[in-house]
Design a binder for this molecule. Structure first.
Ligand SMILES: Cc1cc2nc3c(=O)[nH]c(=O)nc-3n(C[C@H](O)[C@H](O)[C@H](O)COP(=O)(O)O)c2cc1C
Length: 508
Protein backbone atom coordinates (compact mmCIF):
# COMPACT_ATOMS: atom_id res chain seq x y z
CA UNK A 1 0.00 0.00 0.00
CA UNK A 2 2.84 2.33 1.06
CA UNK A 3 4.64 1.58 -2.16
CA UNK A 4 1.58 2.51 -4.22
CA UNK A 5 1.09 5.74 -2.23
CA UNK A 6 4.77 6.59 -2.65
CA UNK A 7 4.59 5.95 -6.41
CA UNK A 8 1.44 8.11 -6.76
CA UNK A 9 3.05 10.92 -4.77
CA UNK A 10 6.21 10.79 -6.90
CA UNK A 11 4.10 10.73 -10.10
CA UNK A 12 2.13 13.79 -8.94
CA UNK A 13 5.30 15.66 -8.00
CA UNK A 14 6.89 14.96 -11.40
CA UNK A 15 3.68 15.94 -13.21
CA UNK A 16 3.45 19.19 -11.22
CA UNK A 17 7.09 19.96 -11.96
CA UNK A 18 6.56 19.21 -15.64
CA UNK A 19 3.45 21.39 -15.76
CA UNK A 20 5.32 24.23 -14.02
CA UNK A 21 8.19 23.93 -16.53
CA UNK A 22 5.78 23.93 -19.50
CA UNK A 23 3.91 26.93 -18.08
CA UNK A 24 7.16 28.85 -17.56
CA UNK A 25 8.31 27.91 -21.09
CA UNK A 26 5.00 29.07 -22.57
CA UNK A 27 5.15 32.35 -20.60
CA UNK A 28 8.75 32.96 -21.72
CA UNK A 29 7.80 32.14 -25.34
CA UNK A 30 4.81 34.48 -25.18
CA UNK A 31 6.97 37.27 -23.71
CA UNK A 32 9.57 36.75 -26.45
CA UNK A 33 6.88 36.77 -29.14
CA UNK A 34 5.33 39.85 -27.55
CA UNK A 35 8.64 41.74 -27.60
CA UNK A 36 9.40 40.59 -31.15
CA UNK A 37 5.92 41.54 -32.36
CA UNK A 38 5.75 44.99 -30.80
CA UNK A 39 9.25 45.90 -31.95
CA UNK A 40 9.02 44.62 -35.55
CA UNK A 41 7.89 47.14 -38.14
CA UNK A 42 6.81 45.01 -41.08
CA UNK A 43 3.42 43.68 -40.05
CA UNK A 44 0.79 46.04 -38.69
CA UNK A 45 -1.43 43.39 -37.19
CA UNK A 46 1.37 41.83 -35.15
CA UNK A 47 2.56 45.26 -34.00
CA UNK A 48 -0.93 46.33 -32.93
CA UNK A 49 -2.05 42.95 -31.58
CA UNK A 50 1.13 41.24 -30.36
CA UNK A 51 1.10 37.43 -30.11
CA UNK A 52 -2.61 37.07 -30.84
CA UNK A 53 -2.12 38.70 -34.26
CA UNK A 54 0.00 35.73 -35.25
CA UNK A 55 -3.09 33.52 -35.33
CA UNK A 56 -4.37 35.51 -38.26
CA UNK A 57 -1.58 34.21 -40.46
CA UNK A 58 -1.98 30.73 -39.09
CA UNK A 59 -5.71 30.70 -39.79
CA UNK A 60 -5.17 32.29 -43.18
CA UNK A 61 -2.94 29.36 -44.12
CA UNK A 62 -5.37 26.83 -42.72
CA UNK A 63 -8.25 28.62 -44.41
CA UNK A 64 -6.86 27.79 -47.83
CA UNK A 65 -7.34 24.16 -47.00
CA UNK A 66 -10.49 24.21 -44.88
CA UNK A 67 -12.78 26.91 -46.22
CA UNK A 68 -13.99 24.65 -48.99
CA UNK A 69 -15.19 22.07 -46.50
CA UNK A 70 -16.78 24.27 -43.85
CA UNK A 71 -17.47 27.81 -44.89
CA UNK A 72 -18.25 28.30 -48.57
CA UNK A 73 -21.65 27.52 -50.04
CA UNK A 74 -21.83 25.48 -53.23
CA UNK A 75 -21.70 28.46 -55.57
CA UNK A 76 -19.55 30.95 -53.66
CA UNK A 77 -15.92 29.92 -54.06
CA UNK A 78 -13.57 31.41 -56.68
CA UNK A 79 -12.15 30.93 -59.24
CA UNK A 80 -14.22 27.73 -59.35
CA UNK A 81 -17.06 27.05 -56.98
CA UNK A 82 -17.78 23.76 -55.32
CA UNK A 83 -20.63 22.84 -57.68
CA UNK A 84 -18.38 23.28 -60.71
CA UNK A 85 -15.56 21.32 -59.15
CA UNK A 86 -17.82 18.57 -57.85
CA UNK A 87 -19.02 17.86 -61.37
CA UNK A 88 -15.42 17.39 -62.48
CA UNK A 89 -14.54 15.22 -59.48
CA UNK A 90 -17.59 13.03 -60.00
CA UNK A 91 -17.13 12.65 -63.73
CA UNK A 92 -13.41 11.95 -63.28
CA UNK A 93 -14.24 9.21 -60.81
CA UNK A 94 -16.91 8.03 -63.21
CA UNK A 95 -19.56 8.12 -60.51
CA UNK A 96 -23.19 9.02 -60.93
CA UNK A 97 -23.56 12.65 -61.97
CA UNK A 98 -27.32 12.83 -61.47
CA UNK A 99 -28.68 15.12 -58.73
CA UNK A 100 -31.83 14.71 -56.70
CA UNK A 101 -34.79 16.83 -55.63
CA UNK A 102 -34.07 19.95 -57.65
CA UNK A 103 -31.45 22.31 -58.96
CA UNK A 104 -29.47 24.49 -56.54
CA UNK A 105 -28.52 26.59 -59.54
CA UNK A 106 -30.41 29.90 -59.59
CA UNK A 107 -31.73 30.81 -63.01
CA UNK A 108 -31.10 34.52 -62.61
CA UNK A 109 -27.35 34.74 -62.05
CA UNK A 110 -25.74 37.17 -64.53
CA UNK A 111 -23.37 35.51 -66.97
CA UNK A 112 -24.79 31.99 -66.68
CA UNK A 113 -25.79 30.09 -69.80
CA UNK A 114 -29.20 28.69 -70.56
CA UNK A 115 -29.83 26.34 -73.46
CA UNK A 116 -33.00 26.21 -75.49
CA UNK A 117 -34.39 22.72 -75.75
CA UNK A 118 -36.04 21.68 -78.98
CA UNK A 119 -39.63 20.56 -78.96
CA UNK A 120 -38.76 17.34 -80.75
CA UNK A 121 -35.24 16.25 -79.76
CA UNK A 122 -33.69 13.47 -81.87
CA UNK A 123 -34.31 9.91 -80.74
CA UNK A 124 -31.29 7.83 -79.75
CA UNK A 125 -31.32 6.16 -83.16
CA UNK A 126 -31.42 9.55 -84.90
CA UNK A 127 -28.38 11.12 -83.26
CA UNK A 128 -25.10 11.32 -85.17
CA UNK A 129 -21.49 10.91 -84.09
CA UNK A 130 -19.59 14.15 -83.52
CA UNK A 131 -18.27 15.49 -86.82
CA UNK A 132 -14.57 14.98 -87.48
CA UNK A 133 -12.71 18.17 -88.28
CA UNK A 134 -9.34 18.57 -89.98
CA UNK A 135 -6.51 20.98 -89.31
CA UNK A 136 -4.23 22.06 -92.14
CA UNK A 137 -5.94 19.89 -94.75
CA UNK A 138 -4.51 20.85 -98.14
CA UNK A 139 -1.81 23.03 -96.59
CA UNK A 140 0.24 20.91 -94.18
CA UNK A 141 2.05 17.79 -95.42
CA UNK A 142 0.62 15.85 -92.45
CA UNK A 143 -2.81 17.30 -91.61
CA UNK A 144 -4.51 16.37 -88.36
CA UNK A 145 -8.10 15.22 -87.82
CA UNK A 146 -10.13 14.70 -84.68
CA UNK A 147 -13.72 14.11 -83.68
CA UNK A 148 -13.01 15.23 -80.10
CA UNK A 149 -14.36 18.50 -78.72
CA UNK A 150 -12.49 18.81 -75.46
CA UNK A 151 -8.72 18.62 -75.07
CA UNK A 152 -5.96 19.36 -72.57
CA UNK A 153 -4.75 22.95 -72.63
CA UNK A 154 -1.15 24.09 -72.40
CA UNK A 155 0.55 23.47 -69.05
CA UNK A 156 4.32 23.35 -69.09
CA UNK A 157 6.55 20.72 -67.52
CA UNK A 158 7.84 22.94 -64.78
CA UNK A 159 4.54 24.56 -63.94
CA UNK A 160 3.24 21.02 -63.42
CA UNK A 161 5.07 17.96 -62.18
CA UNK A 162 6.35 14.85 -63.92
CA UNK A 163 3.68 12.53 -62.44
CA UNK A 164 0.98 15.02 -63.42
CA UNK A 165 2.23 14.95 -67.02
CA UNK A 166 2.46 11.16 -66.99
CA UNK A 167 -1.16 10.95 -65.83
CA UNK A 168 -2.32 13.52 -68.41
CA UNK A 169 -0.47 11.77 -71.21
CA UNK A 170 -1.81 8.33 -70.34
CA UNK A 171 -5.33 9.69 -69.78
CA UNK A 172 -5.30 11.65 -73.03
CA UNK A 173 -4.08 8.53 -74.86
CA UNK A 174 -6.91 6.50 -73.36
CA UNK A 175 -9.56 9.10 -74.25
CA UNK A 176 -8.12 9.92 -77.71
CA UNK A 177 -7.71 13.63 -76.99
CA UNK A 178 -4.67 15.87 -77.43
CA UNK A 179 -2.30 17.14 -74.77
CA UNK A 180 -0.69 20.55 -75.26
CA UNK A 181 2.88 20.65 -73.91
CA UNK A 182 2.75 24.29 -72.83
CA UNK A 183 5.87 26.33 -73.33
CA UNK A 184 8.16 24.10 -71.23
CA UNK A 185 9.17 21.80 -74.14
CA UNK A 186 8.58 18.10 -74.71
CA UNK A 187 9.69 15.70 -71.98
CA UNK A 188 9.74 11.89 -72.08
CA UNK A 189 6.75 12.01 -69.70
CA UNK A 190 4.59 13.59 -72.42
CA UNK A 191 5.28 10.67 -74.72
CA UNK A 192 4.51 7.91 -72.22
CA UNK A 193 0.81 7.62 -72.97
CA UNK A 194 1.15 7.71 -76.76
CA UNK A 195 -1.42 10.53 -76.95
CA UNK A 196 -1.67 13.20 -79.64
CA UNK A 197 0.54 16.12 -78.70
CA UNK A 198 0.35 19.78 -79.60
CA UNK A 199 3.83 21.22 -79.17
CA UNK A 200 3.74 24.79 -77.94
CA UNK A 201 6.51 27.21 -78.91
CA UNK A 202 6.77 29.87 -76.25
CA UNK A 203 8.66 33.13 -76.51
CA UNK A 204 11.81 31.52 -75.03
CA UNK A 205 11.50 28.67 -77.61
CA UNK A 206 12.23 26.04 -74.95
CA UNK A 207 13.00 22.72 -76.61
CA UNK A 208 13.45 24.26 -80.08
CA UNK A 209 16.09 26.92 -79.40
CA UNK A 210 19.64 27.13 -80.66
CA UNK A 211 22.58 28.36 -78.56
CA UNK A 212 21.52 31.97 -79.06
CA UNK A 213 17.93 31.26 -78.04
CA UNK A 214 16.60 31.56 -81.61
CA UNK A 215 14.24 29.09 -83.27
CA UNK A 216 16.24 26.09 -84.50
CA UNK A 217 14.90 24.42 -87.64
CA UNK A 218 16.87 21.25 -86.90
CA UNK A 219 15.22 20.90 -83.53
CA UNK A 220 11.80 21.65 -84.99
CA UNK A 221 12.32 18.97 -87.62
CA UNK A 222 13.46 16.46 -85.00
CA UNK A 223 10.39 17.15 -82.90
CA UNK A 224 8.05 16.81 -85.85
CA UNK A 225 9.44 13.33 -86.41
CA UNK A 226 7.67 12.13 -83.27
CA UNK A 227 4.44 10.67 -84.67
CA UNK A 228 2.66 11.81 -81.49
CA UNK A 229 3.40 15.48 -82.20
CA UNK A 230 0.45 16.34 -84.41
CA UNK A 231 0.41 20.15 -84.39
CA UNK A 232 2.53 23.17 -83.45
CA UNK A 233 1.18 26.17 -81.54
CA UNK A 234 3.06 29.45 -81.40
CA UNK A 235 2.19 31.14 -78.13
CA UNK A 236 1.80 34.91 -78.36
CA UNK A 237 0.05 35.33 -75.03
CA UNK A 238 -2.12 33.61 -72.46
CA UNK A 239 -5.18 34.98 -70.67
CA UNK A 240 -3.73 35.15 -67.18
CA UNK A 241 -0.77 37.36 -68.14
CA UNK A 242 -1.05 39.04 -71.53
CA UNK A 243 2.13 40.94 -72.29
CA UNK A 244 4.19 38.92 -69.84
CA UNK A 245 6.28 35.86 -70.60
CA UNK A 246 6.21 32.57 -68.72
CA UNK A 247 7.42 32.70 -65.13
CA UNK A 248 8.84 29.62 -63.45
CA UNK A 249 10.25 30.36 -59.98
CA UNK A 250 13.79 29.05 -59.40
CA UNK A 251 12.55 26.64 -56.71
CA UNK A 252 10.71 24.77 -59.44
CA UNK A 253 13.58 24.66 -61.94
CA UNK A 254 14.92 21.19 -61.10
CA UNK A 255 17.77 19.52 -63.00
CA UNK A 256 15.45 17.57 -65.27
CA UNK A 257 13.30 20.62 -66.05
CA UNK A 258 16.42 22.64 -66.74
CA UNK A 259 17.75 20.03 -69.14
CA UNK A 260 14.35 19.67 -70.89
CA UNK A 261 14.21 23.42 -71.44
CA UNK A 262 17.92 23.96 -72.02
CA UNK A 263 18.40 26.44 -69.15
CA UNK A 264 20.34 26.57 -65.82
CA UNK A 265 18.81 24.75 -62.82
CA UNK A 266 17.62 26.62 -59.70
CA UNK A 267 17.28 30.00 -61.39
CA UNK A 268 13.98 31.72 -62.27
CA UNK A 269 12.99 30.80 -65.81
CA UNK A 270 11.50 33.92 -67.38
CA UNK A 271 10.54 34.04 -71.05
CA UNK A 272 10.47 37.31 -72.98
CA UNK A 273 7.09 38.99 -73.15
CA UNK A 274 7.07 38.74 -76.95
CA UNK A 275 8.74 36.73 -79.65
CA UNK A 276 11.63 39.09 -80.41
CA UNK A 277 11.43 38.36 -84.16
CA UNK A 278 7.66 39.00 -84.47
CA UNK A 279 6.32 42.53 -84.24
CA UNK A 280 3.84 42.70 -87.12
CA UNK A 281 1.09 40.66 -88.72
CA UNK A 282 3.44 39.96 -91.64
CA UNK A 283 6.10 38.59 -89.27
CA UNK A 284 3.51 36.43 -87.53
CA UNK A 285 2.21 34.89 -90.76
CA UNK A 286 5.79 34.37 -92.02
CA UNK A 287 6.73 32.56 -88.83
CA UNK A 288 3.65 30.31 -88.88
CA UNK A 289 4.27 29.49 -92.54
CA UNK A 290 7.92 28.74 -91.81
CA UNK A 291 7.10 26.38 -88.93
CA UNK A 292 4.55 24.53 -91.09
CA UNK A 293 7.04 24.25 -93.94
CA UNK A 294 9.78 22.88 -91.67
CA UNK A 295 7.62 20.48 -89.67
CA UNK A 296 5.00 19.56 -92.25
CA UNK A 297 2.39 19.72 -89.48
CA UNK A 298 -0.55 22.07 -88.91
CA UNK A 299 0.53 25.25 -87.20
CA UNK A 300 -1.46 27.91 -85.38
CA UNK A 301 -1.10 30.45 -82.64
CA UNK A 302 -2.48 31.15 -79.19
CA UNK A 303 -3.42 34.58 -77.89
CA UNK A 304 -5.72 36.33 -75.52
CA UNK A 305 -7.62 39.04 -77.36
CA UNK A 306 -7.36 42.58 -76.04
CA UNK A 307 -7.19 45.32 -78.65
CA UNK A 308 -8.91 44.18 -81.82
CA UNK A 309 -7.66 46.73 -84.33
CA UNK A 310 -5.30 44.13 -85.84
CA UNK A 311 -8.03 41.67 -86.84
CA UNK A 312 -8.95 43.33 -90.15
CA UNK A 313 -5.31 43.73 -91.13
CA UNK A 314 -4.71 40.09 -90.17
CA UNK A 315 -7.48 38.86 -92.49
CA UNK A 316 -6.52 41.22 -95.31
CA UNK A 317 -2.86 40.18 -95.14
CA UNK A 318 -3.86 36.53 -95.40
CA UNK A 319 -5.82 37.33 -98.56
CA UNK A 320 -2.84 39.28 -99.92
CA UNK A 321 -0.36 36.48 -99.28
CA UNK A 322 -2.59 33.53 -100.00
CA UNK A 323 -4.26 30.82 -97.92
CA UNK A 324 -0.96 28.95 -97.43
CA UNK A 325 0.05 31.76 -95.07
CA UNK A 326 -3.04 31.51 -92.88
CA UNK A 327 -2.68 29.81 -89.53
CA UNK A 328 -4.31 26.38 -89.45
CA UNK A 329 -5.88 27.32 -86.14
CA UNK A 330 -6.18 30.09 -83.59
CA UNK A 331 -6.42 29.33 -79.89
CA UNK A 332 -8.23 32.14 -78.11
CA UNK A 333 -7.66 32.23 -74.38
CA UNK A 334 -9.92 34.04 -71.97
CA UNK A 335 -8.71 36.83 -69.71
CA UNK A 336 -9.75 34.69 -66.74
CA UNK A 337 -7.50 31.81 -67.78
CA UNK A 338 -5.27 30.07 -65.27
CA UNK A 339 -1.53 30.05 -64.76
CA UNK A 340 1.24 28.70 -62.59
CA UNK A 341 2.27 32.26 -61.67
CA UNK A 342 1.22 35.73 -62.87
CA UNK A 343 1.23 39.32 -61.58
CA UNK A 344 -2.13 40.25 -60.06
CA UNK A 345 -2.56 43.39 -62.19
CA UNK A 346 -2.49 41.24 -65.31
CA UNK A 347 -4.40 38.24 -64.00
CA UNK A 348 -7.24 40.45 -62.73
CA UNK A 349 -7.47 43.30 -65.21
CA UNK A 350 -5.91 42.53 -68.60
CA UNK A 351 -7.59 41.16 -71.74
CA UNK A 352 -11.10 40.25 -72.82
CA UNK A 353 -13.18 37.39 -71.48
CA UNK A 354 -13.89 34.61 -73.95
CA UNK A 355 -17.60 35.33 -74.21
CA UNK A 356 -16.68 38.65 -75.80
CA UNK A 357 -13.59 37.69 -77.80
CA UNK A 358 -14.74 34.35 -79.22
CA UNK A 359 -17.80 35.57 -81.18
CA UNK A 360 -15.85 38.63 -82.30
CA UNK A 361 -12.99 36.59 -83.81
CA UNK A 362 -15.30 33.97 -85.29
CA UNK A 363 -17.41 36.69 -86.96
CA UNK A 364 -14.33 38.40 -88.37
CA UNK A 365 -13.14 35.14 -89.93
CA UNK A 366 -16.63 34.55 -91.37
CA UNK A 367 -16.76 38.10 -92.81
CA UNK A 368 -13.45 37.60 -94.61
CA UNK A 369 -14.28 34.14 -95.88
CA UNK A 370 -11.63 32.48 -93.68
CA UNK A 371 -13.75 30.49 -91.27
CA UNK A 372 -13.19 27.08 -92.86
CA UNK A 373 -9.47 27.66 -93.39
CA UNK A 374 -8.77 28.66 -89.77
CA UNK A 375 -10.04 26.41 -86.99
CA UNK A 376 -10.93 28.13 -83.74
CA UNK A 377 -10.02 26.60 -80.40
CA UNK A 378 -10.88 28.40 -77.18
CA UNK A 379 -10.13 28.12 -73.48
CA UNK A 380 -11.13 29.82 -70.25
CA UNK A 381 -12.98 28.29 -67.31
CA UNK A 382 -14.91 25.86 -69.45
CA UNK A 383 -14.63 22.94 -67.10
CA UNK A 384 -18.30 21.86 -67.16
CA UNK A 385 -20.48 20.77 -70.11
CA UNK A 386 -22.48 24.02 -70.11
CA UNK A 387 -19.35 26.11 -70.79
CA UNK A 388 -18.15 23.81 -73.56
CA UNK A 389 -21.59 23.72 -75.20
CA UNK A 390 -21.85 27.53 -74.97
CA UNK A 391 -18.44 27.88 -76.66
CA UNK A 392 -19.63 25.63 -79.49
CA UNK A 393 -22.76 27.81 -79.83
CA UNK A 394 -20.55 30.88 -80.05
CA UNK A 395 -18.60 29.31 -82.91
CA UNK A 396 -15.63 27.37 -81.46
CA UNK A 397 -14.49 24.16 -83.13
CA UNK A 398 -12.82 22.77 -79.99
CA UNK A 399 -12.43 23.71 -76.36
CA UNK A 400 -9.27 23.30 -74.31
CA UNK A 401 -9.08 23.13 -70.54
CA UNK A 402 -6.15 23.27 -68.14
CA UNK A 403 -7.72 23.60 -64.72
CA UNK A 404 -10.54 21.17 -65.50
CA UNK A 405 -7.91 18.50 -66.01
CA UNK A 406 -6.05 19.65 -62.90
CA UNK A 407 -9.23 18.96 -60.92
CA UNK A 408 -9.44 15.57 -62.61
CA UNK A 409 -5.89 14.98 -61.30
CA UNK A 410 -7.10 15.81 -57.78
CA UNK A 411 -6.40 19.56 -57.46
CA UNK A 412 -8.18 21.04 -54.42
CA UNK A 413 -7.75 24.67 -55.49
CA UNK A 414 -5.28 25.43 -52.70
CA UNK A 415 -3.97 28.30 -54.88
CA UNK A 416 -0.31 27.44 -54.33
CA UNK A 417 0.80 26.67 -57.90
CA UNK A 418 3.55 29.30 -57.69
CA UNK A 419 5.05 28.03 -54.41
CA UNK A 420 6.22 24.48 -55.00
CA UNK A 421 3.99 23.44 -52.08
CA UNK A 422 0.94 22.12 -53.96
CA UNK A 423 -0.64 19.67 -51.53
CA UNK A 424 -1.81 17.40 -54.36
CA UNK A 425 1.55 16.97 -56.11
CA UNK A 426 0.37 18.58 -59.37
CA UNK A 427 2.31 21.84 -59.38
CA UNK A 428 5.18 20.90 -57.08
CA UNK A 429 8.49 19.17 -57.63
CA UNK A 430 8.72 18.15 -54.00
CA UNK A 431 8.89 14.37 -54.24
CA UNK A 432 7.20 13.93 -50.85
CA UNK A 433 4.16 15.83 -52.09
CA UNK A 434 4.23 14.07 -55.45
CA UNK A 435 3.96 10.71 -53.73
CA UNK A 436 0.18 11.08 -53.47
CA UNK A 437 -0.27 11.47 -57.22
CA UNK A 438 -0.20 8.00 -58.70
CA UNK A 439 -0.14 8.45 -62.51
CA UNK A 440 -1.92 5.21 -63.43
CA UNK A 441 -4.83 5.98 -61.10
CA UNK A 442 -5.13 9.62 -62.13
CA UNK A 443 -4.84 8.74 -65.82
CA UNK A 444 -8.11 6.84 -65.52
CA UNK A 445 -9.70 9.97 -64.05
CA UNK A 446 -8.37 12.19 -66.81
CA UNK A 447 -9.83 9.82 -69.42
CA UNK A 448 -13.18 9.51 -67.62
CA UNK A 449 -13.47 13.27 -67.27
CA UNK A 450 -12.83 13.77 -70.99
CA UNK A 451 -15.30 11.05 -71.97
CA UNK A 452 -18.05 12.19 -69.61
CA UNK A 453 -17.60 15.78 -70.76
CA UNK A 454 -18.03 14.72 -74.38
CA UNK A 455 -21.05 12.63 -73.47
CA UNK A 456 -22.82 15.45 -71.59
CA UNK A 457 -22.09 18.04 -74.28
CA UNK A 458 -23.70 15.60 -76.72
CA UNK A 459 -26.65 15.35 -74.35
CA UNK A 460 -27.06 19.16 -74.31
CA UNK A 461 -26.86 19.22 -78.11
CA UNK A 462 -29.49 16.51 -78.46
CA UNK A 463 -31.80 18.34 -76.02
CA UNK A 464 -31.39 21.43 -78.17
CA UNK A 465 -32.73 19.39 -81.06
CA UNK A 466 -29.53 18.89 -83.07
CA UNK A 467 -27.98 15.57 -83.98
CA UNK A 468 -24.44 16.30 -82.76
CA UNK A 469 -22.59 19.02 -80.80
CA UNK A 470 -20.89 20.70 -83.77
CA UNK A 471 -24.36 21.65 -85.05
CA UNK A 472 -24.94 23.94 -82.05
CA UNK A 473 -25.49 27.58 -83.03
CA UNK A 474 -26.07 30.88 -81.25
CA UNK A 475 -29.83 30.54 -81.38
CA UNK A 476 -29.55 27.46 -79.17
CA UNK A 477 -28.39 29.39 -76.11
CA UNK A 478 -29.08 32.45 -74.02
CA UNK A 479 -27.07 34.23 -71.36
CA UNK A 480 -28.44 35.77 -68.16
CA UNK A 481 -28.05 39.55 -68.22
CA UNK A 482 -27.55 42.04 -65.37
CA UNK A 483 -31.31 42.15 -64.78
CA UNK A 484 -31.34 38.40 -64.22
CA UNK A 485 -33.17 37.83 -67.52
CA UNK A 486 -32.05 35.44 -70.29
CA UNK A 487 -30.87 37.16 -73.48
CA UNK A 488 -30.39 35.35 -76.78
CA UNK A 489 -26.77 34.89 -77.96
CA UNK A 490 -28.14 35.26 -81.44
CA UNK A 491 -29.41 38.77 -80.61
CA UNK A 492 -26.32 39.80 -78.65
CA UNK A 493 -23.94 38.60 -81.36
CA UNK A 494 -25.87 38.14 -84.61
CA UNK A 495 -24.11 35.56 -86.78
CA UNK A 496 -21.94 37.31 -89.39
CA UNK A 497 -22.17 36.70 -93.11
CA UNK A 498 -19.37 36.58 -95.70
CA UNK A 499 -18.66 39.93 -97.35
CA UNK A 500 -19.58 40.06 -101.03
CA UNK A 501 -15.93 40.30 -102.17
CA UNK A 502 -14.93 37.14 -100.26
CA UNK A 503 -17.86 34.96 -101.32
CA UNK A 504 -15.60 32.69 -103.39
CA UNK A 505 -12.71 32.71 -100.96
CA UNK A 506 -10.91 29.34 -100.86
CA UNK A 507 -10.94 29.73 -97.07
CA UNK A 508 -14.71 29.77 -96.80
C1 LIG B 1 -0.57 25.46 -64.07
C2 LIG B 1 -0.85 26.10 -65.39
C3 LIG B 1 0.17 26.22 -66.32
C4 LIG B 1 -0.07 26.83 -67.56
N1 LIG B 1 0.93 26.89 -68.49
C5 LIG B 1 0.68 27.43 -69.71
C6 LIG B 1 1.68 27.43 -70.72
O1 LIG B 1 2.79 26.95 -70.56
N2 LIG B 1 1.35 28.00 -71.92
C7 LIG B 1 0.10 28.53 -72.17
O2 LIG B 1 -0.15 28.99 -73.27
N3 LIG B 1 -0.86 28.52 -71.22
C8 LIG B 1 -0.61 27.98 -70.01
N4 LIG B 1 -1.61 27.93 -69.08
C9 LIG B 1 -2.94 28.47 -69.43
C10 LIG B 1 -3.89 27.35 -69.91
O3 LIG B 1 -3.35 26.65 -70.99
C11 LIG B 1 -5.27 27.87 -70.30
O4 LIG B 1 -5.13 28.69 -71.44
C12 LIG B 1 -5.98 28.66 -69.23
O5 LIG B 1 -5.73 28.18 -67.95
C13 LIG B 1 -7.50 28.64 -69.46
O6 LIG B 1 -8.02 27.36 -69.33
P1 LIG B 1 -8.73 26.84 -67.97
O7 LIG B 1 -9.63 27.94 -67.54
O8 LIG B 1 -9.44 25.59 -68.37
O9 LIG B 1 -7.65 26.61 -66.99
C14 LIG B 1 -1.37 27.34 -67.84
C15 LIG B 1 -2.38 27.22 -66.89
C16 LIG B 1 -2.14 26.61 -65.68
C17 LIG B 1 -3.27 26.49 -64.69
Amino acid sequence: MDAIQGFTLAFLEISALLLACITIAVIVAVICMYITDVTQTEQTIRRNYPVIGRFRYFFETLGEFFRQYFFAMDREELPFNRAQRSWVYRSAKNIDSTVAFGSTHPLNRPGDWIFLNGLFPPLDEEVAPTTTISFGLGYARVPYSTDKLFNISAMSFGAISAPAIQALSQGAGEAGIWLNTGEGALSPYHLEGGCDIVFQIGTAKYGVRDEQGRLSDDRLRALAEHPEVCMFELKLSQGAKPGKGGILPGAKVTDVIASTRGIPAGKDSISPNRHPEIDSIGDLLDMLHHIREVTGKPTGFKAVIGSTDWLDEFCLTIHDRGMAYAPDFMTIDSADGGTGAAPQSLIDYMGLPIRKSLPMVVDKLVEYGLRKRIRVICSGKMINPSGVAAALCLGADCVNSARGFMFALGCVQALQCNRNTCPTGITTHDEELQRGLVPAEKARRVASYARNMHHEVEMIAHSCGVREPRQLRRHHAQVINEMGMPESLHELWPEATVREEYRDSPGD
